[in-house]
Design a binder for this molecule. Sequence first.
Ligand SMILES: Nc1ncnc2c1ncn2[C@@H]1O[C@H](COP(=O)(O)OP(=O)(O)OP(=O)(O)O)[C@@H](O)[C@H]1O
Length: 218
Amino acid sequence: MISLQGVTKYYPSKLGNQYIFKDLWFDIPEGQNIGLLGSNGAGKSTLFRMLAGSEYPNRGQIQTNLNLSWPVALATGIHPQMSGRENTRFIGRVNGVIDLDSYEQKVRDFSELGKRYDLPVRSYSSGMRARLAFACCISINFDIYLIDEALSVGDPKFKKKARESMIEKSKKANLIMVSHDIDEIRFFCDSAIVIDKGNLDFYNDLEEAISVYQGEHR
Ligand SMILES: Nc1ncnc2c1ncn2[C@@H]1O[C@H](COP(=O)(O)OP(=O)(O)OP(=O)(O)O)[C@@H](O)[C@H]1O
C-alpha cells in the first residue's frame, strides 16, 4: 500500500501559492494496475514526482513499503556530461543494483544506442535520451512502475518494444499509469484513480472511472 498522509503540495507563484493538494489522506491499493485519470493541470505528474520521491510535499508524508520506480522514460537523473554507460552504472548504484555488469548489459541491449552508449548524453537526440532513460528504469526490478505517457517514447520500432516490455513487467509487478490515451489505460489497467480539484477517488471498476472522468470533460 502507498499511503498519502495529510499531503499538501503547492507551488509559489506571482498570484500566491498555487495549491495542487491540500491535506490529502488517501491509500493507493496494492496488487492492481491503476490508471491515473485527470484533466490537464489536475496534478497527475506532481503526484508522480512525489510518489517517486523526486519532489516532496510541502506538508504531510507519503509512506510505503513498496519499491517504486521513478517515472519511466523521464530523463531526470541522467547527466548530460556522462556517457550512457556511466549514467547506467551511476543509476544502478543509486538504486542498489548489485550486479552492475549485467545491468549495464541489459540497458545497452535494450536502448540500442550502439557505439553512442560510450558518448556523452549531451550528444544524444531527445529520443535517444528517452530510450536510455526507459532502458535504465525497465532493467531494474521495481514493485511498481510509474508510467507517465512513457509508451510514446522513441520511434515506432522502439515504441513497440517499450510496450512489449511493459506487458512483460505487468505480469510480475504493478503499474500506475498516466495516459490521455484511454485505450492504453484500458489495455494495461484494471482500476483507476480520478484526480479532480485536489481530490483523489479510487474506482475498482475501470469503466466507471472512465465514465466519471469523461463526464467531467463533456
Ligand atoms: N514546477 C512547477 N512550478 C510551478 N507550478 C507547477 C510546477 N509543476 C506543476 N505546476 C502546476 O501544478 C499544476 C499541476 O500540474 P501537473 O503537471 O501535475 O498536472 P497534470 O495533471 O500532470 O497535467 P497534464 O495532463 O497537462 O500533464 C498545474 O497547474 C501546473 O501549472
